[in-house]
Write a protein that binds this ligand. Structure first.
Ligand code: HEM
Length: 361
């Protein structure tokens, strides 16, 4: 007792502290996201993001597809940390945003900026850009497909964005094995991959992503071809649209689901067996037996697919997240905060997350 009074904890006290630290450590280390993270610190955060997405969607319905893809491209590269939004790499060199998988095709940055501006005005320095991206993707799925789900939040924004890290994103030339491996590297199953690929029922693609399926560009002169898995009539349409000298900068795009490009439905799975999967990678889902079985079940049951899509989006949104005191809450989603300003993510007292851990915010 005397030792404790003199400022030195007694042996029993030390043991208690150690036990407490050991007990807390795993929870802190696995601090997780939770639904309603901003309920006390910024109760209208999700509504403000929803408004920004709805306004952009009213101007251009394609924005929704862009925002769903933005979340995917954020999460697959360094985790869901808004690294895809950075325009400057603090370490120098090109950012993710500059890299071929994102430039020029990725869109929706302006919507995230508008949402962030609204949220900052309402509750400064509180809501991370990574969470805004996740909310915006969810709102886009709701607007295009009445798919509704709750987004566990509490992500922190990263400090790093390297163009070279975009190798984690699957290119449209991926084989079934490559798709499986790239998703497995993010702790996503083959079923998750097939489910999430259904997002290709909305949005568009630039010619460069599929032109080699309809033109042999190394032949002199370039020769018309029809890649296996592509219907010849669809190939003719694509060839008429995309010149053989297409480059990444060629500003021609086509809807991936020509029938209902702005509706998040199960049409993607119906188009695949008809030879209308736009990318080589899309067609791999019907070449691989296990994937093809999933494709058939989702083609037959849209409700099932939507339920699984919502769950898979939540799972994707958990990839390598930074929480607690890791990372930061960026003030401007395009640049990291000046190093002098350390900003803590506003939140109430630690609360149990969905997995029973403790959120360390
Ligand atoms: C399975 C592997 C995937 C591959 C190989 C792939 C590839 C691509 C490519 C090449 C494009 C067109 C880019 C361009 O304009 O040139 C695209 C568009 C798109 N992707 Fe994927 N993707 C995959 C998975 C996903 C996932 C998991 C999601 C979301 C959950 C997604 C959502 C989208 C959306 C919504 C678009 C349209 C974007 C827009 O209209 O702006 N994709 N994808």
């Amino acid at each position: 007792m005397r030792a404790a009074r003199q400022g030195k904890p007694a042996a029993g006290g030390v043991a208690l502290l150690v036990a407490l630290a050991v007990w807390l450590l795993p929870a802190v280390a696995r601090a997780q996201l939770r639904v309603g993270f901003y309920d006390t610190t910024c109760p209208n955060a999700e509504a403000l993001v929803r408004q920004a997405v709805a306004a952009a969607f009213a101007r251009d319905a394609g924005t929704a597809a862009g925002l769903i893809r933005l979340h995917f491209h954020d999460c697959f590269v360094r985790g869901c940390d808004a690294s895809v939004l950075l325009t400057v790499n603090p370490g120098g060199g090109q950012t993710e945003r500059d890299a071929a998988p994102n430039n020029p095709s990725l869109r929706g940055f302006d919507v995230i900026d508008a949402a962030k501006a609204a949220v900052e005005q309402s509750c400064p320095r509180t809501v991370s850009c990574a969470d805004i991206v996740a909310f915006a993707a969810r709102d886009s799925a709701a607007l295009t497909g009445s798919v509704s789900y709750q987004v566990p939040a509490g992500r922190r924004d990263g400090h790093v964005s390297n163009a070279s890290d975009t190798v984690d994103l699957p290119p449209p030339t991926s084989t079934a094995k490559e798709l499986t491996d790239l998703f497995a590297a993010k702790n996503l199953s083959v079923e998750d991959m097939v489910v999430l690929s259904g997002a290709h029922t909305v949005g568009r693609s630039f010619c460069e992503s599929f032109v080699d399926r309809v033109w042999n560009r190394s032949a002199k002169p370039p020769a018309a071809i029809v890649d296996a898995g592509l219907s010849s009539s669809y190939a003719s349409l694509l060839r008429a649209l995309c010149p053989s000298n297409t480059t990444r900068a060629t500003p021609i795009t086509t809807a991936m689901d020509p029938g209902t490009p702005n509706v998040l439905d199960n049409n993607y799975y119906k188009l695949l067996p008809r030879g209308m999967g736009l990318f080589f990678s899309d067609n791999q889902l019907r070449v691989d037996t296990a994937m093809a079985a999933l494709v058939s079940s989702f083609a037959a049951n849209e409700t099932l697919w939507k339920e699984k899509f919502a769950a898979a989006m939540v799972k994707m949104g958990r990839i390598q997240v930074q929480t607690g005191t890791c990372g930061e809450v960026r003030l401007n989603c395009s640049v990291v905060n000046p190093s002098s300003s350390t900003i803590e993510l506003g939140s109430s007292a630690p609360a149990a997350d969905e997995d029973g851990g403790v959120a360390t915010s």
